[in-house]
Design a protein around this ligand. Structure first.
Ligand code: NAP
Length: 287
């Protein structure tokens, strides 16, 4: 199939490679063009403009940064909407706003096109290994008939949650669960270090018991090596927690664990927020 992909970052690069390896023809676009170099070497063709994507491909994927990026890419003056065609399929994998997913669907429906919000979890490792978990929002029949087999290329779990926006609600719920597991990882690490335990043995041991979590298995070893490279950028996690807090306000609930994680990550320096991965939460305990 001819597939266009907008947003070739940490996640996008791996997912594009999976699609190329499955014999799809890929057309790619990224704001910083050099980030497409590796996938172009692997056979993807570079698009000059976002608006060209619907002219070249049958299915268009997006995985950019923030809701404002999603809005610009879909609904901007030179966005995907400009050349979207009847029956064409647009799939947003960015973690973004549920309301925006609904707005995009309404606008693209006017052209007869289908849109889906299918954010993911599983991190950079899940993207590399093709083992992501995917939350689906959008028309079920079209998803099952046209999209499922394509995203199955890089996922192990694909769950349908309902109409447009529901994928994003499920993803925000997922981020709420992660918020406190990151705090628990950092606090058990700090305790082990200060009490003189062999921290590596300690984390390896507890990760096999009741305290184990994806956060611990995936980020514990990086903390031990002081590897703070972004698998998942701090600034993106802050964005997700803010989206979740906004939804909490709308349904009139308070989640103190989420509020605490949001506060702690916000207290990190800008240098850390924009360059480090979420395992940098341990830096909150340096003082
Ligand atoms: P990333 O490395 O920052 O990738 C996003 C890419 O999109 C960047 O290369 C960026 O270009 C590009 N982009 C942003 N706005 C654009 C625009 N308006 N037009 C064209 N390209 C644009 O981030 P990521 O880690 O891949 O994450 C992408 C999304 O997935 C985020 O919403 C994140 O929250 C979510 N997510 C990430 C993970 C993870 O573990 N990394 C897991 C699940 C979900 P520039 O290079 O020019 O900035």
């Amino acid at each position: 199939m001819k597939i266009a992909w907008i947003g070739v970052g940490v996640m996008g690069e791996s997912l594009v490679n999976h699609l190329i390896n499955n014999d799809h023809e890929l057309f790619v676009y990224n704001r910083t063009k050099s980030k497409c170099d590796n996938v172009v070497k692997n056979g993807a063709k570079l698009l000059e403009k976002i608006e060209d994507a619907p002219l070249m491909a049958d299915m268009i994927f997006t995985m950019v940064g923030y809701p404002k990026d999603v809005k610009e890419v879909y609904l901007g003056e030179n966005g995907l909407i400009k050349n979207a065609k009847d029956s064409q399929i647009f799939v947003d994998m960015t973690t973004s706003s549920p309301e925006l997913a609904k707005e995009i669907q309404l606008e693209f429906n006017k052209k007869g096109a289908h849109t889906f919000d299918i954010p993911v979890t599983g991190g950079d490792i899940g993207a590399k290994n093709g083992t992501l978990t995917i939350f689906v929002g959008g028309n079920k029949e079209t998803f099952e008939n046209k999209v499922r087999n394509i995203v199955a290329t890089f996922s192990k779990t694909i769950e349908y949650f309902g109409e447009n926006g529901k994928g994003q609600y499920a993803k925000l719920g997922n981020q709420i669960a992660i918020a406190t597991t990151m705090i628990s990882l950092a606090e058990s690490y700090k305790f082990a270090k200060e009490t003189g335990l062999d921290v590596e043995t300690f984390l390896n041991t507890i990760s096999t018991g009741s305290a184990g979590s994806f956060s611990m298995t995936s980020y514990g070893p990086r903390i031990l090596k002081e590897d703070f490279k972004p698998g998942f950028f701090v600034h993106h996690f802050i964005k997700d927690m803010k989206l979740a807090l906004d939804e909490c306000e709308k349904v009139n609930i308070k989640l103190p664990g989420l509020e605490l994680a949001y506060k702690m990550y916000n207290e990190l320096t800008d240098e850390i927020k924009y360059n480090y991965g979420t395992q940098a939460i341990v830096k909150c305990y340096d003082k």
